[in-house]
Design a protein around this ligand. Structure first.
Ligand code: SF4
Length: 325
């Protein structure tokens, strides 16, 4: 699995760098950014995007430079021929309803794997089930998933303590769904607690934690066992990047989450001989390259790639963009 590359002769300290694969952009993020860029080509700037299209400042700044206007709420966008795009995290049903009422032209960049969770929650709610969502309060994806159903229909839990506090079984069948970007290990523990309290609880037919989240966590966990420190490239507000940092720390090593090379804590790397590098699903590969270049400037780097699985997932663009093209 390891593919060592020869190191050049140098007076710099030696550092073994294990590059995790897979890392960085997932299919949902690639699709969301493609949607915005295609909309810019087709309709011209400005294109409005409600909230950060994906959680990464560099991506947002690059799109702003191309004519994207990021808005918090729909009333900041005018009706007309310039689209308003919903971010990859998904939105509550009230958002497209408000857009229709205001006659806005909208394009939905919600990741299809998030939409799948929405549909499962809706279908089981229609069948009379109580819905429990495992996720982080306040995250846009959680707001969007809870907003698929009437207020009060979804109960959010973020920890085993939350499960202990849930009201007793009221006789209705219960289904749990999860945010797509959670820690696989933490979620397994919360699901076990739910099953202890509600033995007949229904699980979704397929895991809601997405392939990209699970694969990146598996890669960093494997790498973290072979190094002395971990660098995760990603944004502070990116759930899957934060989970990568936590997964690495759970293996017992210091892990730093950095937006780019300027964030790296070089003091923390002073006494280590090996470091793993990975990136969250919304972090561009260009930022990973910048971090590697910064490592290369300070160390005699021996670079290895650790590949735990390969990915081939790709999602089509929304129909309105395919037809317009
Ligand atoms: S992290 Fe997973 S759910 Fe989120 S956009 Fe990427 S593929 Fe979709």
């Amino acid at each position: 699995m390891f593919e060592p590359e020869p190191a050049a002769t140098s007076t710099k300290p030696r550092l073994r760098v294990v590059l995790c694969a897979p890392r960085g952009f997932c299919a949902g993020v690639v699709r969301a950014i493609d949607i915005v860029e295609r909309a810019l080509e087709l309709y011209g700037p400005p294109v409005y995007v409600r909230h950060e299209i994906v959680h990464n400042r560099h991506v947002v700044e690059q799109l702003k430079a191309k004519g994207v206007v990021f808005i918090k709420e729909l009333d900041e966008a005018p009706a007309g021929e310039h689209p308003v795009i919903f971010s990859a995290h998904g939105v509550a049903r009230a958002v497209p309803e408000e857009a229709r009422a205001r006659n806005l032209f909208t394009i939905d960049a919600t990741c299809p794997l998030v939409t799948k969770v929405h549909r499962v929650a809706q279908a089981h709610f229609r069948r009379g089930r109580r819905i429990i969502l495992i996720g982080h309060a306040g995250h846009p994806e959680v707001i969007g998933t809870m907003g698929q159903l009437p207020p009060g229909a979804v109960t959010l839990v973020g920890s085993i303590e939350d499960v202990d506090r849930l009201p007793a079984d009221d006789g209705r069948p219960i289904l749990y769904v999860t945010q797509t970007t959670l820690s696989v290990d933490d979620t397994r523990e919360i699901v076990a607690a739910l099953k202890r309290r509600f033995p007949s609880i229904h699980a979704p037919a397929m895991d809601d934690i997405c392939y990209a989240t699970a694969n990146r966590q598996e890669a960093v966990k494997t790498a973290a066992r072979r190094v002395e420190a971990v660098i995760v490239v990603g944004a502070d507000n990116s759930s899957n990047s934060q989970r990568l940092r936590e997964v690495a720390e759970r293996e017992g090593f210091a892990a730093q989450l950095v937006a780019d090379e300027s964030d790296v804590d070089w003091m923390a790397l002073q006494k280590v001989g090996s470091v793993a590098v990975t990136a969250g699903a919304s972090a561009p590969e260009a930022l990973v390259k910048r971090v590697l270049a910064a490592l290369d400037a300070r160390y005699e780097v021996v670079l290895e790639t650790l590949t735990t699985t390969s990915e081939s997932m790709a999602f089509p663009l929304p129909r309105e963009l395919r037809e317009a093209v």
